[in-house]
Write a protein that binds this ligand. Structure first.
Ligand SMILES: [Zn+2]
Length: 358
């Protein structure tokens, strides 16, 4: 299989970081260390695509003609640009997909627009799929009676298509000392103009306790593969996620320390963590009886949707359809967000989420 630009060389090592070289073309590459494995996939799931969707929806009724093709093309580029600065790698891969599509000499203009539409819809669906997978397998708030391997196997049983995912990516090896990615050395190695490659490689080998100092990396070409790789690393390492006590979005629990708030900017340049620490009311999110009751009701709905009886076959459940479950969780999340922001009381939150049950 041949790889085309842009793509990413992804190194995972014994630390909790993902090291990525983004190769934009034969001459340009950038390096990025993505802090805490899982941050990329969790942030992707929490991305707000509504601006992108709006731009593309407006095109749906339009017919592709010679005259408007360039204008339509521009809308897709603008939609991708909305993701710039918002996500460490979503922008790079979507940009790459669009490049490969619009410069494909074998596709007609009509096909190119059709493909671009399909691509965005595909990624929006992918976002929903991964949000579901993260919660099912790695959130401490649901399914706490099951172990992580049980949850992963249950998830795969319920979503057979997920287990059919494969990495199409190339796999290769590069020098690395002691199972750890050494940013400086690898960067030097990658930039042969400025350094004596031979001595860098000898250094890497001397640092290694083993006779072999090579390590694998993946050459990743699509957002889908990158999400899959990162999600699987989370599963392998048992990295959990939690909902932020203030903005209500999921964040990665990188270590065993107790954390209630994420590091995202909440307002006026201040993060949830900085603001959350000051809010006496939310000082102990776990002891909040209203949120506890919310979680109990949420978990009941969750079990009804996912039919835990698929695993535990003697149990009868009152099954919810996907549409019913989604409508209810959308409403419930919005309500919980309002409560966390202090806009409604705990009683009101519970009253609202219970209104449409049964
Ligand atoms: Zn937050």
């Amino acid at each position: 299989m041949e790889i085309t630009y842009p793509f990413a060389k992804v190194f995972t090592d014994s630390t909790n970081k993902v090291n990525v070289f983004f190769l934009h073309d034969t001459e340009h590459s950038t390096f990025q260390q993505i802090g805490d494995i899982g941050t990329g996939v969790v942030d992707f799931c929490e991305l707000d695509f509504s601006g992108v969707v709006e731009k593309i929806k407006a095109l749906e009724t339009e017919e592709v003609t010679n005259a408007n093709f360039e204008d339509m093309k521009k809308v897709y580029w603008e939609a991708v640009d909305l993701l710039k600065e918002k996500h460490s790698y979503a922008h790079l891969f979507l940009n790459g997909d669009l490049l490969r599509n619009f410069y494909n000499p074998d596709r007609s203009e009509d096909e190119k627009i059709g493909y671009a539409n399909f691509m965005f819809q595909y990624y929006i669906n992918l976002q929903a799929d991964y949000a579901g997978a993260l919660e099912f397998c790695l959130s401490n708030e649901v399914l706490s009676e099951y172990t992580l391997p049980e949850r992963y196997v249950m998830f795969c049983n319920l979503h057979l298509d997920f287990t059919h995912h494969i990495l199409h990516s190339m796999y290769s090896v590069a020098p690395m000392a002691r199972g750890k990615f050494d940013i400086e050395k690898i960067i030097q190695f990658n930039d042969p103009k400025d350094v004596d490659t031979k001595s860098v490689l000898q250094d890497i080998h001397r640092d290694s306790k083993h006779s072999v100092s090579m390590w694998q990396y993946f050459a990743i070409q699509s957002l889908e593969e990158m999400l899959y790789l990162e999600f699987m690393e989370m599963i392998k390492r048992g990295i959990r996620i939690k909902r932020c006590g203030l903005c209500d979005r999921y964040f990665v629990l990188a270590d065993k320390r107790k954390r209630d708030y994420c590091d995202r900017i909440f307002e006026n340049g201040r993060t949830c963590k900085q603001l959350g620490a000051k809010k006496r009311f939310h000082e102990n999110v776990e002891a909040d009886i209203y949120l506890q009751e919310f979680q109990r009701i949420y978990n009941r709905m969750y079990s009804r949707y996912y039919r835990m009886d698929a695993w535990d076959s003697n149990r009868q459940t009152n099954k919810l359809t996907e549409a019913e479950f989604k409508a209810w969780t959308d409403m419930a999340s919005k309500t919980r967000q309002e409560y966390k922001r202090g806009k409604i009381s705990g009683e009101e939150m519970l009253e609202r989420i219970l209104k449409n049950i049964e």
